[in-house]
Write a protein that binds this ligand. Structure first.
Ligand code: SF4
Length: 316
């Protein structure tokens, strides 16, 4: 069975030779389909309706490999990773293949995450046999953006799926992917992040990254101040604070209130969010500049002063 593996994952396994400024701490696999993905999402290079090379997702290259060549190496070198992740696409019988891939990853001894499109409860139960964390690509932060970006199912069916996944995986083990900067308003973003936490799920934040030959190739990535707000707000909800305690608005711009939560620990919010040990190095931007998502502590420390100044800008 063929799958795609992120170029960083292959480099850690010694299968390709590239220079890496930060290594992935999760082994990232992507389901393979020669047509990419049957969904029509306007921002995604995997979509059958976008003409960009299917070797890419966001700005990362994902070469095609045989699963049976990868899993023995993963088992042998599992000390190099903390988790393995398989992300699904939409293709005929995608869920059956995802179960099979997850089972083989599970047998390597690494903890496994699955990210899948909407499936019935019995399939979720199958997934749960081989994984402890579950990802859902809600992606759009409002029903309007959901429609405009041509997501594959209705907005409300995604929310019912999140609810069902939390029942199967348990509170705190479902990670809803949200792409910041697809065109949502700050209020829409706040509502969606708040709703995710209220349901007992958590968030994996992505910054919109324009990819060549997709329908959104000329759409701009989010401004950093807005992205920092999304990170800090999500992080504080994750820490158990309530929106009432921490959120305020200044002329329609969301801000974090002053309080004991404003301390240097907030820098942790700028690290990649998602399943445990998911660091997705340079998924949204090239190395060497101020990053949307920091892959590790060293990189945060390297930019500490400027990051702290950016945090100050979103405090009321
Ligand atoms: S469902 Fe996911 S993989 Fe498929 S086109 Fe949409 S964003 Fe891309």
């Amino acid at each position: 069975m063929k799958v795609r593996a992120s170029i960083g994952t292959l480099a850690v396994l010694g299968l390709v030779n590239i220079r890496m400024d930060a290594k992935p701490t999760t082994a990232y696999l992507l389901q393979y389909y020669e047509k990419g993905c049957l969904a029509r999402c306007s921002f995604c290079p995997q979509s059958i309706t976008n003409n960009w090379n299917k070797n890419y997702l966001s700005r990362i290259k994902w070469p095609v490999v045989e699963l049976d060549e990868i899993t023995p190496r993963l088992a042998e070198k599992k000390y190099l990773f903390r988790r393995a992740c398989i992300q699904g696409v939409i293709k005929p019988w995608f869920h059956r293949e995802l179960v099979e891939i997850a089972r083989k990853l599970y047998e390597t001894g690494l903890p496994v995450s699955i990210a899948s499109n909407i499936v019935p409860r019995n399939v979720l139960i199958e997934y749960y046999k081989y994984s402890d964390s579950f990802g859902i690509g809600l992606d759009a932060a409002s029903p309007r953006i959901h429609r405009e970006t041509m997501r594959p199912a209705t907005w409300e069916s995604y929310w019912r799926f999140i609810e069902e996944a939390v029942k199967v995986y348990g509170k705190g083990n479902v990670y809803v992917h949200v792409i910041v900067g697809l065109g949502e308003t700050p209020r829409e973003l706040v509502e969606t992040i708040t709703r995710i936490y209220k349901m007992g799920a958590r968030i994996a934040l992505f910054a919109f990254t324009p990819v060549k030959k997709t329908k959104m190739a000329t759409h701009k990535p989010p401004i950093m101040k807005y992205y920092r707000f999304a990170q800090i707000y999500s992080y504080l909800l994750d820490q158990g604070y309530s929106p009432k305690e921490i959120l305020t608005w200044t002329s329609n711009e969301p801000r974090i209130k002053k309080g004991p939560w404003i301390n240097k620990d907030l820098l942790q919010a700028l690290k990649t969010s998602g399943c445990p040990h998911c660091n997705r190095p340079y998924y949204n931007e090239p190395p060497g500049k101020i990053l949307y998502n920091y892959p590790d502590e060293n990189h945060v420390r390297g930019h500490e002063e400027i990051l702290w100044r950016q945090i100050q800008e979103i405090i009321a």
